[in-house]
Write a new protein. Structure first.
Length: 693
């Protein structure tokens, strides 16, 4: 199943390239063969006309007589075998077989799935058939168009799935396009009109319009009078019409055609629209929570964990109750690339849990591919786990592995709950975890169109933005599931959607929380902004006085701060516990050692300089300490004991105890040891452990 993930579809382009190469090679070889045959024919023609000019004269020459016999024997045999030579074709066919064996190649199931996906997109995003066929997706015009035969194929796929409504739509479009194509070129189009009419007539009948079905069948019979099935159908439709007229006269109730009552799939939520309607409206961006809700929302910087105190996290409330938060810029592009690279070879069709048996199985309501990553796979996974802990205040010890998801054409996940209900006794057995306390969903790509995460009951849509994470609790404080968290992933209309989620399981009861920080998380005192209905990065309105946007979130990538310092949250962050002070005997906690090791790993050479940058303000010990929002890095120098700088953003390097300014106004608020000179005194370490910030 390749259609279920865009990343697999990308590989199909390689397959197509190989096919094209084989085809071109085959054409070249056949052209060469035809060239040789043409030359032969020329030679025959020349000799033959010479002979015909004066036959007896020509044959009086014994050499000519000999050559004539030779031409028609051995020569002709060679010519004939050249004509029948199939090695080019055999080679090409052999190549095709090998390519199909060794490269990704779509199956009929892929074609059906891809067609169903297009039709799903058409329905969810309310797109009319003819605009879609002209390459228009929700008002955005793309260059690719569908031909009559493409539309015919979509109609045929719908017909095979007994979806007569879409068969009618697509066959009607196929007919219109076929007529236009025939007008434009004298060549006959690939799909004959009578065939389109046959599907169209039958589906129209099945949709209840017998009269039109009959008209179409008559048109078909004009083009193809001997079409047996059409002849039979005509009789059938005529009878159905007669019966209809009779019963109308007698006042009897008739069901038109074979139209069946549509199964009612969605129970209305109270009196209003059904969940499906709300879901589709939210996917189209036509639904937002009422103003009474949005007016309660705030944006703030979170510094509720030691790490977050240094790298303050940009938090945006998306919904108050259930509390849904968006953490902006919490993942580096480079991390995303690594995670995608690790996951790609492991992607498999995503499964869902069978409500009754607890077994994992595939389902049409969840179409995507996913891969699971654990902490042994790569240190990056632990990094993400730590980030999740810092964001939520929950431990990831009982969390599921990291699930990476890539959606394919029209990939979606219909409304569902992430937690297991009481009746689902077997839930999570196979995963070996408890119920899901919370979901943390990282968006690893922007999606050009569609692909929102929607909460139909809350009328809320979250639009994927690369590097943002959405977080919500699935369970209430008493351990019961919170049904208002029912959510869905809308079909991806254009683009590729990559998600990564960590869902936290519980072990016993509900208490695997390290603290109730998430549930109680509140804006940092005094800096909350009311009613910031923030959508895109540019629109974010963070409180003035806190600093430039770049100041918050993770340090800028490529600014020498790629490595998130392990242990930084303990040593350089909040108040340092005596027994947590790093010592030489405990190199794991030793920032300097960590910096040295990281440097060596990344640059394959030892360090010779110390560089430190401060979250806000650097104070040299001896000077008074100004607690600027709690961000201050105290440093000690042998040669100078003066406070050097009052600027809030600064980067210093220490070279043999001299302190100098590297660049100001650039780095952000993460106390971070970049490089250390071991030859000098252990300034950096001392400075950091002395930090009072
Ligand atoms: O991809 C999304 O937007 C939501 C995914 C989701 O709900 C899930 O994986 O459980
Ligand atoms: Fe979900």
């Amino acid at each position: 199943e390749l259609y279920t993930a865009i990343t697999d579809l990308e590989d199909l382009l390689d397959t197509e390239a190989m096919f094209m190469e084989t085809l071109n090679r085959y054409i070249q070889r056949e052209e060469k063969k035809l060239e040789r045959l043409k030359r032969k024919a020329e030679e025959y023609k020349k000799e033959h006309s010479l002979a015909s000019a004066d036959v007896s004269e020509y044959l009086s020459n014994p050499i000519n007589a000999y050559l004539l016999v030779k031409r028609l024997t051995t020569d002709w045999t060679t010519t004939e075998s050249l004509m029948t030579d199939q090695t080019a074709l055999d080679d090409a066919q052999h190549n095709f077989t090998e390519i199909k064996r060794f490269m990704k190649f779509p199956t009929d199931e892929d074609l059906t799935g891809a067609a169903a996906a297009l039709i799903r997109l058409q329905d969810t995003y309310n797109m009319d058939t003819s605009s879609l066929a002209q390459g228009e997706l929700m008002g955005v015009k793309y260059t690719t168009q569908l031909s009559a035969s493409d539309c015919f194929e979509l109609g045929r796929q719908s017909y095979n799935s007994l979806d007569y409504r879409h068969t009618v739509l697509w066959m009607t479009e196929a007919l219109a396009r076929q007529e236009a194509e025939t007008r434009l070129s004298s060549n006959k189009t690939e799909t004959p009109k009578w065939e389109i009419l046959e599907y169209l007539a039958y589906s129209t009948y099945m949709e209840g319009d017998v009269k039109s079905a009959l008209d179409m069948t008559n048109e078909l019979l004009q083009i193809y009078p001997d079409h047996e099935r059409a002849q039979g159908n005509k009789v059938y439709y005529l009878k159905a019409l007669e019966k209809k007229t009779d019963s109308l006269n007698t006042g009897e109730n008739v069901t038109e055609g074979h139209k069946e009552e549509k199964e009612i799939q969605d129970a209305p939520l109270g009196k209003g629209p059904t969940e499906r309607e709300l879901y589709e409206m939210a996917c189209r961006g036509n639904l937002t929570p009422p103003v009474e809700i949005t007016s309660q929302l705030t944006c703030y910087y979170s510094s509720s964990s030691p790490f977050a105190r240094l790298a303050r996290l940009k938090v945006e409330e998306a919904y108050p109750k259930p509390r849904i938060l968006l953490f902006r810029d919490v993942m580096y592009d480079s991390e995303i690339e690594i995670i995608k690279r690790l996951a790609t070879p492991r992607l498999r069709r995503a499964t869902v849990q069978n409500f009754k048996t607890g077994q994992l199985e595939t389902a049409n309501y969840r179409i995507s591919k996913s891969a699971w990553l654990n902490e042994e796979d790569d240190p990056i996974v632990s990094r993400v786990s730590r980030r999740v802990e810092d964001m939520t205040g929950l431990t990831t010890k009982t969390a599921e592995e990291l699930q990476v998801v890539n959606y394919g054409i029209g990939g979606h996940y219909e409304p569902h709950l992430d937690f297991a209900r009481k009746e689902e006794t077997n839930a999570f057995k196979s995963l070996g975890t408890g119920n899901r306390i919370a979901t943390v969903l990282f968006y690893m790509s922007d999606v050009a169109q569609g692909g929102a995460t929607v909460f139909p009951g809350l009328q809320l849509a979250l639009w994927p933005q690369k590097g943002t994470a959405a977080v919500w609790m699935n369970l209430l404080a008493n351990g019961n599931g919170d049904f208002s968290t029912r959510h869905a992933a809308c079909p991806v209309l254009a683009g590729s959607k990559w998600d990564e989620s960590r869902r936290k399981g519980k072990e016993d009861g509900i208490d695997c929380r390290r603290s109730g920080r998430f549930a109680q998380a509140s804006p940092d005192k005094g800096i909350s902004v009311r009613n910031c209905a923030c959508r895109s990065r540019d629109e974010l309105e963070y409180p003035a006085g806190i600093g430039v946007k770049e100041e918050s979130g993770l340090p800028p990538e490529g600014a020498g701060a790629r490595e998130e310092p392990e242990g930084c949250d303990v040593t350089a962050g909040a108040k340092v516990d005596e027994d947590q002070v790093p010592t030489k005997s405990d190199p794991k906690n030793d920032l300097i050692q960590h910096a040295l090791d990281s440097y060596k790993v990344h640059f394959a050479k030892p360090l010779s300089r110390v560089a430190v940058y401060a979250p806000a303000k650097v104070t040299i010990l001896g000077d008074h300490t100004e607690y600027l929002g709690g961000f201050s890095l105290n440093m000690k120098s042998r040669k100078t004991s003066k406070t050097l700088l009052y600027s809030r953003f600064a980067c210093f390097f220490l070279l043999n105890d001299e302190i100098g300014l590297v660049s100001a106004g650039f780095f952000c608020n993460l106390g971070f040891l970049m490089a250390v000179n071991r030859q000098g005194p252990a300034l950096g370490r001392q400075a950091l452990t002395d930090s009072t910030a």
